[in-house]
Design a protein around this ligand. Structure first.
Ligand code: ZN
Length: 342
């Protein structure tokens, strides 16, 4: 027997009332549910892309000057030199790839090239030109290819070896104060054991500092850092506005081989001479200004045949000018550090 027959039927009216009641209860329940915490399916509100707009001037100052530039350290160079030239090589090889867990062996082999062919070719060129350089090595890179340390130390030019993280860990991504300290300690100890000397120079992997990096670098007693770029010339680093006594030897993206030849360029730069043009023009002005000229390079990028040839051409060009002081970063930092006290 059907429950609902037709309007006017008693059973129909009763059933309709019950249905209206049920609908009302459903609406009340829905409204109540909406006031509860959002369900798992509810989309999260988008993060504010411009949090800086909400900060007071004091808050902006605290952020801006957590790590910043202090006194400029520009004075006379030794023996009346016009310019100081510091060539640096970050011996990353495959560590940046390994740090992310990427086991794509095509990419890993690109890094391995630095240890196999790139670094030896660069060292042969530096030997030919009698020019010293600084090598910043992720300690895991040295452990995986111990020959790189032996090769760097083999010559008589006194090349320097500095810290460049354990496995090229990007510190803001790591975002862990204790783990960052553990990796820094491990990097220093490993390089000290392998080279016979405690490193005095620090370069952050990918030049990226976390909130804690500056404090840890200072506590570790480094002579200098070479990761930041607030000036063309050396300067003293400040931590929360206070002098640290640490020399910054500034790097610069346009004075780095990576933007021209690295992962993003991916071989799209058709000729090494495009990079040569920028490198030489920057040197020319540094020479005129009596300043500092630093290059950052990577054996797995710059170590290719045509690029080492380009670098040798640049070194020869610089050597033809009078008063060019080729030095390690350590030598340059030791030379400018007394200016902090003046
Ligand atoms: Zn690096």
């Amino acid at each position: 027997m059907p429950l609902i027959t037709r309007p006017g039927n008693k059973k129909f009216r009763y059933t309709a009332r019950m249905m209206r009641l049920a609908a009302t209860l459903l609406v009340i329940f829905s409204v109540t549910a909406c006031n509860q915490a959002p369900t798992a399916q509810a989309p999260a509100p988008p993060p504010n892309p411009l949090p800086g707009t909400k900060l007071s001037v004091d808050e902006l100052k605290a952020q801006m000057f957590h790590v910043s530039a202090g006194k400029r350290l520009k004075g006379a160079w030794p023996n009346g030199a016009r310019v100081a030239v510091g060539l640096s090589f970050d011996v990353d090889n495959a560590t940046a790839t390994l740090s992310t867990g990427n086991l794509d062996y095509e990419i890993l082999s690109r890094g391995e090239y630095g240890a196999i062919d790139g670094l030896p070719r660069i060292l042969r060129m530096l030997d030919r030109q009698s020019v010293p350089a600084s090598f910043f090595i992720p300690a895991a890179s040295a452990v995986l290819h111990p020959d790189v340390v032996k090769h760097i130390q083999a010559g008589k030019l006194g090349h320097e070896i500095g810290v460049h993280g354990w496995i090229h860990e990007r510190l803001p991504l790591l975002n862990d104060e204790k783990e960052e300290q553990r990796l820094l300690n491990l990097s220093i100890e490993t390089l000290q054991k392998m080279t016979g000397k405690r490193p005095v120079g620090y370069r952050a992997p990918s030049w990226k500092f976390s909130t804690w990096t500056m404090g840890q670098v200072k506590a570790a007693g480094f002579l200098y850092d070479s990761s930041l770029m607030a000036s063309d010339d050396a300067y003293e680093l400040l931590l929360d506005g206070k002098p640290t006594g640490i020399v910054e030897l500034p790097i610069e993206r346009i004075l780095d081989d990576s933007p021209y030849f690295g992962g993003n360029a991916d071989g799209s730069n058709p000729t090494p001479s495009a990079a040569y043009e920028v490198f030489q023009a920057e040197f020319d002005v540094a020479y005129e200004e009596g300043g500092l000229y630093l290059l950052t390079m990577h054996p797995h990028m710059m170590g290719h045949r045509s690029r080492v040839a380009m670098l040798e051409r640049l070194v020869q060009y610089m050597k033809r000018k009078p008063g060019v002081w080729f030095a390690t970063h350590e030598q340059i930092a030791n030379h400018v550090k007394p200016l902090i006290g003046n």
